[in-house]
Design a protein around this ligand. Structure first.
Ligand code: ZN
Length: 269
């Protein structure tokens, strides 16, 4: 699933194509994409709108329109946004044509992606926790938030209301880097451990953005290239392979039904 680094990359690479451009046509091929609106209404409301800005919040993309409304998108498991795709694709769910002649296509194998057209994006993203890479987010903020949750730290890191944008892959990578077992309780970490985790979360996410996201599943960048962050993974998706620090085989366990990769030797319970 696209997490913060993948959605950040999509946002960065879409910006030059769509910002300042007007939508000449919007076609929604799958009504399931719109939990709260009707297809014809949304197509009509989008047509003629200029994209004034595009931002990422957590794993959401927010297109701010000239009508002052916002189109908020979540790609969920397999959603892809592609600029002028060359190959035919059986999983296209929406297409957007722009005044500069480009076509933006939403393709989604599992059809779980969703979008909302709202007066205020806060209606969708307002309950998200802080952005882990924002300057205003501090180790104390993380400590304060974790101290309120007696749940496994892995579950806390991927809870979007505690901290936004982290999913399964980067939670596993950050916990490995901080040498914290995924089943430790969030409210039982020491001050030093939380500080270490804070820096590891930011480090893992920043490196993954520099590598343009991780193409382990269906994720590709808007112009079709793969991301390379998976080449840096030390535990995620590496079950049975050697820990790069101690050589022990990487294990996989379930934390609240999510597969979690860790080193049983470096990350003690
Ligand atoms: Zn190890």
């Amino acid at each position: 699933m696209p997490e913060l680094p993948e959605v950040e990359t999509i946002k960065n690479e879409l910006l030059p194509w769509v910002v300042g451009r007007s939508l000449t046509e919007a076609t929604i091929l799958d009504a399931k994409l719109l939990p709260d609106s009707c297809v014809e209404e949304l197509e009509h409301e989008l047509t003629g709108q200029m994209i004034e800005s595009l931002e990422r919040r957590g794993k959401y993309l927010v297109f701010h329109l000239s009508s002052d409304k916002s189109l908020v998108m979540h790609l969920r498991m397999t959603g892809r946004l592609l600029v002028n795709p060359k190959e035919s694709d059986a999983h296209v769910r929406a297409t957007f044509c722009f005044s500069n002649g480009i076509q933006l296509v939403l393709s989604d194998l599992r059809r779980l992606g969703v979008m909302w057209l709202v007066e205020d994006a806060q209606a969708v993203v307002g309950k998200l926790g802080p952005e882990p890479l924002s300057e205003s987010f501090t180790p104390d903020d993380l400590a304060q938030r974790l101290s309120q949750h007696r749940i496994p730290i892995k579950a806390a890191l991927i809870d979007q209301s505690i901290i936004a944008g982290i999913g399964n892959m980067y939670a596993d990578e950050a916990l490995f880097a901080a040498r914290i077992h995924p089943l430790r309780k969030a409210d039982a970490l020491s001050v030093v451990e939380v500080q270490e985790l804070y820096h590891c979360v930011r480090g893992v996410l920043s490196s993954a953005i520099a590598r343009k996201g991780a193409s382990v599943d269906t994720y590709v960048r808007p112009e079709g290239q793969l991301g390379r962050a998976q080449l840096d993974f030390r535990v995620a998706h590496r079950r049975g392979q050697s820990c790069p620090v101690c050589g022990a085989p990487i294990e996989r366990t379930l934390v609240r039904n999510r597969g979690s990769y860790f080193c049983p030797n470096c990350q003690l319970l």
